[in-house]
Ligand binder design. Structure first.
Ligand code: SF4
Length: 64
């Protein structure tokens, strides 16, 4: 699975970083970025929770 982030719709709420700090971070400009787009099988459930908790629907999971 891959996690895709849409910068345009991200509201900077940081729920994704709280749930999966190993997959998301804030860059030097204060913008949320994906640290690791390829989601390990054992992390899919946790990253899916981050996707579902994103209040602006800026994240999605894509099968690869
Ligand atoms: S939870 Fe959604 S809106 Fe909040 S920082 Fe992450 S991607 Fe952006």
């Amino acid at each position: 699975m891959k996690v895709i982030h849409s910068q345009g719709t991200c509201g900077g709420v940081e729920a994704c970083i709280e749930l999966a700090p190993d997959y998301f971070h804030i860059d030097e400009d204060g913008m949320t970025q994906v640290s690791r787009p390829d989601v390990a099988d054992e992390d899919v459930e946790r990253v899916a929770e981050a996707v579902n908790e994103c209040p602006t629907a800026a994240l999605r999971l894509q099968k690869v």
